[in-house]
Each structure stands twice: as C-alpha cells, then as structure tokens.
Ligand binder design. Sequence first.
Ligand code: PGA
Length: 258
Amino acid sequence: MRKKIVAANWKMNLTLIEGAELVNDLFKGMPQLNENNLVVIAPPYTHLTQTSAQLAGMADVHLGAQNCHSETAGAYTGEISAAMLKSAEVEYVIVGHSERREYFKEDDATVAKKVNQALVNGMKVIFCCGEPLEVRDAGTQNAYVESQVRAGLFHLGDRQMNDITIAYEPIWAIGTGRTATSQQAQDMHAHIRQVLAANYGAEVANDTAILYGGSCKPSNAAELFACPDVDGGLIGGAALKASEFLGIITAMAAAVEA
Ligand code: PGA
C-alpha cells in the first residue's frame, strides 16, 4: 500500500541557525504518525549534515535534497553529486522541479539522468512534473504532464519504480497563492496513475505515491489530501513556518485515518 507523504522543499531559504530552529520546532510539535505516514525535509545543501543530525531522533522524518547533478563526478564547479548526497545521509532527492527546469534550463533528458544518478546511489526520487499556465488555459495539461512523466521515468523498470514518488506541481500554483482546486488535482493525479498503469500495470500504479504541490497550506491540505489519488504534498512556502508545516502534517495524518 502506498504511503501518505508530506515533503518540505525549503528552496533557497533559511540560514543554518534558522534551519536548526525550524527543525527543533517541528520536533516539539510533531503529531503521532502511523506507519503509512512519512515526512521528508529537503533543506539547502549547506544544511544537510546539521539537519541529518537533528533528524536522528525522529524516525518518521527523512532527509531530502532539492537537486543533484546529472553526472557522476568531475569538473562541474559548484555542483553536488548524488554520491555526495548519499554520503550525507540523504534518502530522497527532488528531481525536475519546475524552478530547475525553468531557471537552470534542465530538459527532460537531464532530468532523466538525474533520476538515474539518485537511484544508482541508493536514494529515492521525488520526481516533479506540472504544466505552465498557458498549457492549462489551452486545456492540454494532461498531454503535457504525461510527456514529462514518460520522458523522465519510463526508461525505469518496475523494481526501480518502487523508489519513485511523483509530485504534480502546476507551475501557475507554485508560490502564487493560487492553489489548484481539489478536483483539478484529483483529475491530474488520476491521469498520471492511469498513465503509470498503462505502462507498468496496476500494481506499480497503485503503489506509487503522487503528491500535490503548489500553494498547499493548512487551510486547503485536508481537502486536497482527501482526494483518492492525492497522496500528500510537496510544500514550499508553508514549510518554512513550523506551525504551518505541522498543520499540513496533521492533515496528512488525519487523511490516512479517514
Ligand atoms: P509552494 O511551492 O508551496 O510555495 O507553492 C511548492 C513547490 O515549489 O514545491
């Protein structure tokens, strides 16, 4: 059975001290989670070692990174390899975030190579996909997202899909305060699951968690997470405040029990 996951993407925010305080506050307020709940925190690279040490006492909270490089090692000044992340106790790597695709010109082929790097190094992947506003307005979002999923993941075998979580993040909803309606999220998640089923069969499709991302907050998390194909969230802005992130985690825990 697939898990419910809430993942924090801190992006390029928080100093080391601020990050330590935030994790401390999360630790104090963390609700009781069952074995089907999972929390991931993906801080900036500079925080990984510190956050890893802090998370040692929190069994349900796992360390993530926001990116990795597509090559194994070498002369790539300023970059971080998947092997380095693994050696820093990272368990999850966010790959293909729309901000990476847009600002750092990551194309589908690069994203697919990053997926491979993370998997080969024994980590799990949170694979991001999602359409820009003009695609949503044109009504072609299903084909757009499907093509991202195919290009980024469909070279993988069934077993490797065990280590993949998908995050659907409509670009027009990221950091804008404009959330997709729960119906829009459900429709896309069901479409992604059906695309997975057509390629990998029902078991892989049913076992793959599909998270929603884009202005998810405590006030809308419960409704989103109640959708049958929405298995949690990838959270940006609301993950930077302990009270808000805890509110979203609580919504996940309640959704599993429902
Ligand atoms: P947001 O970001 O929650 O601030 O909209 C989500 C994301 O980009 O992962």
